[in-house]
Design a protein around this ligand. Structure first.
Ligand code: NAD
Length: 474
């Protein structure tokens, strides 16, 4: 296990030390298709060392008073904030998003971390009288593995690191092989303030993720990614009965009611579907508009889309970067091609750079309905299908007819009526006149096959604990 990369290349972090590997993971800049860095790839030997270090660090970390852990986690957040420019640049290089949005992603993740630093963990006194004192304690689960996706690498890892540490658990982070760089760098920076073994970062492919899920020294997996991988993780975790938080995909519907004003809501509808190049788990992926007003929405959405500048996220004035990787680009193109072959009407196709890079223009589609991959599956790219309906009951039934249920929205001028329709939508988050809306004081998670458990808030914190009861007979 030797360091093969240059000293400026972010390394694995194990037991408070940066560590290289004989194996490397090439990381492609999606705006150029060049390998811009080769980071060390962790082997199962690295994983064993990291799990051993986490296990060794666990007793002292959980023994610290909650307030002290929170103080240390605040210092960790401060270190990340001090280095936000460097981290945002790395995030843009690996993920493709505009650098201002990359910094915004990190700031947002830090706001979640800081919210966990204000929370109380108990104990809760169930009974305290002359006969018995009974306390419910929220105890740490043990070693946590955080496995993350490529669309929001920083935010997703910060969402998991914060509550895991505050609850008293060491964490091993395994970022996506497409976007490991900024997470590795954040792991290095963390060592300035965290005790060795408390936060470790291992880069690697899906095989490393599989080894993490099978590892007997890991007690909980907090996963954000695809339904396919989520199911595999759940199955592999059964053997060691790991605790699970699964944040999986979505196929969010948005229903626009007939009283909504196209000009007033078009920008928000657009952002709901196409921000982060459409690569948002809780992004608007199926837009239902009244048939009688479809032309107005096509016009209003096209007007917004026409203002969007697609380009290299490091360049000034860019609103949207490339699709993050070539496999995803091929998938988005395939879904669109199938829809066009079935007669879809592409009513807007924007500009995108020529040449290398995983570019896809902003594409707005109508004349589609359920039964097409572009509607039934999570497209996860800058293509938004607009469907029509004649009757709200029908729109609600179609919106709910999905095995995924992460987010859903209703758009209306009469907000009360909008809320009444929203009551009938099945999703972990249901919004009126916005999509998505996430914030640290609100739990986030999916119903049906969009996931298990929630992140954020005290509910999210408690997901990194088990319940232990103490009963003292007086
Ligand atoms: P992915 O499932 O392919 O990969 C995610 C992570 O899991 C990566 O680190 C990968 O190496 C690892 N992994 C893959 N197979 C594994 C296995 N069998 N065992 C253990 N680990 C494994 O997902 P992706 O393509 O990186 O991300 C896109 C998906 O993530 C989309 O479906 C999107 O909706 C979802 N997502 C969900 C949320 C949410 O909060 N619900 C947020 C962001 C992304």
């Amino acid at each position: 296990m030797t360091t093969t990369a240059s000293p400026t290349t972010p390394q694995l972090t194990i037991d408070g030390q940066t560590t290289g590997s004989t194996a490397t993971l090439p990381v492609v800049n999606p705006a150029t298709e060049d390998v811009f860095v080769e980071v060390p790839a962790a082997t199962t030997e690295h994983l064993d060392r990291a799990v051993a270090a986490a296990g060794a660090a666990a007793p002292a970390w959980r023994a610290l008073p909650l307030a002290r852990r929170q103080e240390i986690v605040r210092s960790y957040a401060a270190v990340i904030r001090e280095n936000i420019d460097e981290l945002a640049r790395l995030l843009t290089l690996e993920q493709g998003k505009p650098v201002g949005r990359a910094a915004g992603e990190i700031r947002s993740g830090l706001a979640y971390i800081e919210s966990f630093c204000e929370m109380d963990l108990g104990p809760e006194v169930i009974r305290d009288d002359e006969k018995e004192r009974i306390e419910l304690r929220h105890v740490p689960v043990g070693v946590v593995a955080a496995i993350t996706a490529w669309n929001y690498p920083q935010m997703l890892s910060l969402w998991k690191i914060g509550p895991a540490l505050v609850a008293g658990n060491p964490v091993i982070v395994k970022p996506s092989p497409y976007t490991p760089v900024s997470t590795l760098r954040a792991g290095e920076l963390a060592q300035e303030v965290l005790p060795p073994g408390v936060l470790q970062v291992l880069a690697g492919g899906d095989d490393l993720g599989e080894a993490v899920t099978r590892h007997p020294g890991i007690n909980k997996i907090s996963f954000t990614g695809s339904l396919r991988a989520g199911k595999a993780i759940m199955a592999a975790s059964a053997d060691t009965l790991k605790r699970l938080t699964l944040e999986l995909g979505g196929n969010d519907a948005g229903i626009v009611l007939d009283d909504a004003d196209p000009a007033a809501i078009a920008a928000d509808l657009y952002a709901g579907g196409l921000s982060n190049c459409g690569q948002v788990c809780a992004g608007l992926k199926r837009l239902y508009v009244p048939r009688s007003r479809a032309d107005e929405y096509a016009e209003a959405l096209s007007a917004v889309a026409a203002t969007v500048v697609v380009g290299n996220g490091l360049d000034e004035g860019v609103d949207m970067g490339p699709v993050q990787n070539g496999v995803q680009l091929a998938r988005v193109r395939g879904l669109l091609a199938d829809a066009e072959a079935a007669g879809a009407d592409v009513f807007f196709r924007g500009e995108a750079p020529d040449g290398p890079g995983y570019w896809h223009p902003v594409t707005l589609v109508r004349g589609v309905t359920e039964g097409l991959g572009l509607v039934d599956e999570e497209q996860f790219g800058p293509v938004l299908p607009m469907l029509t309906y004649d009757d709200v009951d029908d729109a609600v039934a179609r919106a709910n007819a999905s095995s995924m249920a992460l987010g859903a929205s209703v758009w209306a001028s009469d907000v009360e009526r909008g809320a009444q329709v929203a009551d009938r939508l099945e999703a972990g988050s249901v919004w009126v006149n916005q999509h998505p809306a996430l914030s640290p004081e609100v739990p986030f998670g999916g119903l049906k096959q969009s996931g298990i458990g929630v992140e954020a808030t005290r509910l999210g914190l408690l997901a990194y604990t088990d319940v232990s009861v103490q009963r003292v007979k007086c």
